[in-house]
Design a protein around this ligand. Sequence first.
Ligand code: UPG
Length: 472
Amino acid sequence: MARKPNVVIFPSPGMGHLIPLVELSKKLVLAHDLSITLIVPSLGPPSKAQTQVLESLSPGSINHILLPPTNPSDFPAGTRAETLICLTVAQAVPALRDELKLLVETSGKPVALVADFFCTDTFDVAREFDVPSYLAVLTNAMTLSMLLDLPRLDEEVSGEYGDMDSPIRFPGCKVDVLGPDLPDPVLDRKDEAYKWFMHNLRRTNLAEGFIVNSFTELEGETIQFLQENVMSKNKPIYPIGPIFQSGSSNDSADPSGCLKWLDTKPTGSVVFVSFGSGGTLSSEQLKELALGLETSQQNFLWVVRSPNDAAANASYFNSRSGSNPLDFLPEGFVERTKGRGLVVPSWAPQMQVLSHVATGGFVSHCGWNSTVESIVNGVPLIAWPLYAEQRMNAVLLEKDFEIALRPKAGENGVIGREEIARVVKGLMEGEEGAAVRERMAKLKVAAAEAVTEEGSSTKSLGELVSKWKNGH
Ligand code: UPG
């Protein structure tokens, strides 16, 4: 029997990168009869959620290799998460080389290597084996446009981007962003993280094409503009989204009983509050959010993490910190909101929560996977960006797609309880909520259409795969 063409997929550390690349792998296996080798570097010991995702894969079609984890404490204290990610990837390069060598010797040359933005060091290794590389942009076309425009800004702007007076309109985009909205690693040009960012950016040139987790009906104009005016013709952009977590239906994925609790609530009555795989708030902000939710009088399901100024090892990867997040909530909060609110520590089966009929709104940090999962389920958002490219996403969601409301922070940078209550009530009961809900319902339909047999993203992925299969 002929061997299936193999694609090597290399996600950078972090659930926000692993989940979409695992979902892409499943799609490539099921719809395109490819085999996948997932090579997974890990920053620190793998989390429970990471292990669950990898163990759910059926070996044979998707083989995964979990590389020995790096130890965050081996790196200087205060090293930014993005730098830790890039250092972990750099350390994984020899293991990738060994693996590619083995694959070439035992089962033939892989037809492609797919890696995300933080992993462009892998493109050199792919080159050594004459394997074409593809960059997976796990966010949106606006972020891709920013990435492609950053070398220009780097040359033209002196000083920090956060101090720029005028707003920036990235090529092909419909809305402006402010300097301070740019991704965190870009905001301090003297930090190592910026150097890594630019290092990866320069190396995107080695990719044969870019895969974006977006779709024509959502960002078609931006994608077309980039393709026609910014990219060279032989470097196509493939919008193949929405790629989203398929979720698991077993009880072990829901130890806190979120879904059973949602079963007891009326349709569209619950606001889900979650800040992605690693988002944390300050103690003060956590308290204001609790009191805001209480004041709003709405039903809520909140994934709580220990505050980032209180947990011992608070960081991007802090979902592993040992403290009990519920200990940081205001005195009596859980009792007072019993029946109306459920607080769960650290992790919830997000995709199933969003697809539950009781869920009617989502307070989100605007991580792109969370955004996509909200769109496919038609759940309108409250945009509460924290880090990475999330502030740019929030602008896109509020000003371009018009599917999110956005609370305003006070002068101290904290969003107060009254403001939180106002926006949550507004989303769940107000006219402004009805408007974003209507718009979101339309996007839900468009997202579903993009992945039908004749859909734009299905076609785009088909073109990419046929290129791989035909040896381009
Ligand atoms: N998730 C759960 N349960 C939880 C929390 C998260 O299942 O309790 C899942 C969620 O469904 C999603 C993923 O974890 O699939 C989280 O991804 P995302 O929403 O994108 O957030 P991050 O983990 O913060 O993602 C990182 C960056 C973000 C970026 C994304 C893709 O922080 O800014 O958009 O990667 O590059």
